[in-house]
Design a protein around this ligand. Structure first.
Ligand code: XMP
Length: 523
């Protein structure tokens, strides 16, 4: 394992099949649960010499493992040796720069081993080193940085002013590989198969011989992959519950049941509460109230089901015969990182969670322990894990779907009629997207219903019908997004099908709003 203190490089290392973990830059090393083979101090938007800037635990320097400081990380190295080593640069340096590496001899050259002497690198910094820290050599310079790369004369400590983790830096991956593999001695053996093996062993150890685990699943990628992983680890002692809240997509509940129960063999209970949800949604027009109602009702239903399962489990020795001790959640690494910032849980954290409020109440109320088997993975790694577990491709590549479902895709009051229109229109839109081979290029797509009706003319008759809003976006992190640029003919085809096939609709519009200012969902 390579320990990365704070943002950025983890992905590149994992692509090199070297496991790396990102922790806040203020992590106390005494509290670490593993011994890293190397430490990377990453870049950051601060000035080391300013009050309130983050600093690493001094124990980092006594751990006796190789250290690589990048940008702010290098300035931190220099600053800790002597505060006057770092100053504000005359002008900030952003963008490409030509790097000239030079050979000093011995271990000092190891970071640039096998890499040409001259290459384009990506710079992004305001501060710079005022002088070479004591005991260091300059191993590369650039037009604007006299100390573009430095290395300690006797210890494996290196600093880079540029960013090796960005794709604009030539040979950046080779540099990181030199550090992780050659200098730290990491093996490039972190594969999904290996992760799978380790994850299963770890779940078995945590849960024990008799332990039982409960989870809410949605049919989405994360909960499905996590559920299959649990199934592989502890068989039917894992209990998955799917609540049909009446605002799932066309045939979705049946399809999820088929996938999880029949194809993947997961011990699944489906609770059909659609009537209760739709009944309760009557008259609610405020988006937040809708979310609160759906979240609250979900918890009530899930808790009641948990009690039933507990009783069934106690009676059935083939299913373990014990108490349910754990609650499983498909939390991913980006969620973990979001709560790790040195300033505490970041302000950007979303208010909507898949099972809003569920863990706290169940954890405290029933003394359940949380188990999160995907918490070290990024989304694309979860997808790779899903493939390794034999989950079909279409499911592994599914777009995300919000917990409150179609309810946040019907503006204003949710009625069975509008749910049906949203379902039919969405089904047509997504089928056409799949047929056109565009599904995997889009991050999320759906059809929504605008209840303010419009006038139209159909078959020589005046009609008055709902407006269907199509939305499709591309994004990497769902925090910002752009509308997908469909060919015009495609949109015409979808419009034609919707007005012809979905009763009660006389207009179709395409939402081209980016996020911000729009959000991905309409409500
Ligand atoms: P917004 O609309 O905030 O959506 O741009 C960003 C991402 O979050 C999803 N989303 C939700 N997911 N419960 C969820 O589980 C919710 O209440 C919820 N609201 C939005 C949305 O689908 C998109 O992927």
């Amino acid at each position: 394992t390579i320990l990365v203190l704070d943002f950025g490089i983890t992905r590149r290392l994992r692509e090199l099949n070297v496991f790396s973990e990102m922790l806040p830059c203020t992590q106390k090393l005494a509290e670490l649960k593993f011994k890293p083979k190397g430490i990377i101090l990453s870049g950051g938007p601060y000035s080391v010499y300013e009050d309130g800037s983050p600093h690493v635990d001094p124990a980092v320097f006594d751990l006796d493992v190789p250290i690589l400081g990048i940008c702010y990380g290098m300035q931190e190295l220099a600053y800790r040796i002597s505060p006057d080593n770092v100053i504000a640069g005359k002008h900030r340096e952003y963008g490409h720069s030509m790097l000239k590496a030079r050979s000093i001899g011995g271990h000092v050259d190891r970071l640039f081993e096998g890499i040409e002497d001259s290459m384009r690198v990506w710079m992004s910094h305001g501060d710079k080193l005022a002088k070479l820290p004591e005991g260091f050599h300059t191993v590369a310079t650039s037009d604007n940085s006299e100390y573009a790369a430095i290395a300690h004369e006797s210890k494996p400590i290196y600093g880079l002013q540029f960013h090796p983790e960005v794709t604009h830096t030539q040979n950046g991956t080779a540099l990181l590989k030199n550090f992780a593999v050659n200098i730290c001695g990491c093996k490039q053996d972190w594969t999904m198969e290996k992760f799978l093996e380790q994850a299963i062993a770890q779940i078995r150890e945590t849960v024990g011989e008799k332990g039982q685990v409960l989870a809410a699943v949605s049919g989405g990628v994360d909960s499905t992959v996590a559920a299959k992983l649990m199934k592989e680890a502890i068989g039917d002692r894992f209990w998955a519950v799917l609540v049909n809240n009446g605002v799932m997509r066309l045939n979705e509940c049946e399809q999820v049941q088929k996938d999880l129960s029949e194809a993947l063999g997961i011990n699944l209970t489906v609770v059909d509460a659609s009537k209760e949800f739709l009944e309760g949604l009557k008259g609610i027009t405020d988006p937040e109230k809708k979310r609160k109602f759906i979240g609250g009702k979900f918890i009530d239903i899930f808790e009641a089901e948990a009690i039933k399962i507990e009783e069934a489990a106690a009676k059935d020795p083939t299913k373990g015969g014990g108490k349910i001790e754990f609650f499983m959640q498909g939390t991913l690494y980006p969620d973990v990182i979001e709560s790790l910032s040195f300033k505490g849980p970041s302000a950007t954290i979303k208010t909507h969670h898949n099972v809003g409020g569920l863990p706290e109440r169940m954890m405290n109320g029933q003394g359940l322990k949380l188990i999160e088997p995907l918490r070290s993975l990024y989304k694309d790694e979860v997808r790779a894990l899903g493939r390794a577990l034999g989950i079909r491709e279409e499911l592994v590549m599914r777009h995300p779907f919000p917990g409150p479902g179609i309810a946040v895709r019907i503006l204003g009051e949710v009625t069975p009629e509008k749910v049906e229109i949203a379902r039919q229109a969405d089904h047509i839109f997504i089928s056409e997207i799949r047929k056109a081979g565009l599904y995997d290029q889009i991050s999320q797509a759906y059809a929504a219903v605008d209840p303010s009706r419009a006038v139209g003319v159909m078959g020589d008759k005046r009609v008055y019908g709902y407006i269907v809003v199509l939305r499709a976006v591309t994004t990497t992190d769902f925090m910002t997004a752009e509308a997908f640029n469909f060919p015009w003919e495609f949109l015409q085809r979808v419009m034609n099908r919707i007005v012809n096939e979905v009763h009660g609709v006389c207009r179709v519009v395409y939402d081209i709003t980016s996020k911000p200012p729009g959000t991905i969902e309409l409500e």
